[in-house]
Every structure is written in structure tokens, then in C-alpha cells.
Design a protein around this ligand. Structure first.
Ligand code: FES
Length: 67
């Protein structure tokens, strides 16, 4: 699913970038892709995706620490 229609950036792309590049903010994401560079309607959803991926990554790290 596209999050940023203006730049054709999908949720999958954002999740992959967050995981692989340790992105924690929109400014970090903007260094990798041109998200929110036109209308800006994608900004809330992109922010939420980054936050969700950070939570997912911390859960995985916690599980790894227990094992
Ligand atoms: S939807 Fe992302 S800049 Fe327009």
C-alpha cells in the first residue's frame, strides 16, 4: 500500500528503511526517500509507521535478550 502517493513510497519500503537504517524520525526517513516533499498528506501515516516499527524492533530485541 502506498503511504506517499506523490512519490510512490509504500509502507513496505518505509518499514524496510526503518529496520535497515535504524531510522527513528521523519527527518531520518527524508534522508533516504523524498517522503512528504509535495503535499505532505503522508506525514502522519509515515510518522506512525516509524513509531510502530520502533516498537516492533524493541520487542524483538527484548525477546532476543530473554532467549
Ligand atoms: S502523499 Fe507524500 S508528499 Fe504527497
Amino acid at each position: 500500500m502506498y503511504v506517499c502517493l506523490c512519490n510512490r513510497i509504500s509502507d513496505k519500503t518505509i518499514k524496510t528503511l526503518v529496520r535497515n537504517n535504524h531510522i527513528t524520525s521523519i527527518s531520518g526517513l527524508k534522508k533516504c526517500v523524498s517522503i512528504s516533499s509535495h503535499c505532505g498528506k503522508c506525514l502522519p501515516q509515515a510518522t506512525q509507521l516509524i513509531q510502530n516499527e520502533q516498537i516492533n524492533l524493541s520487542v524483538v530485541t527484548d525477546i532476543d535478550a530473554v532467549q
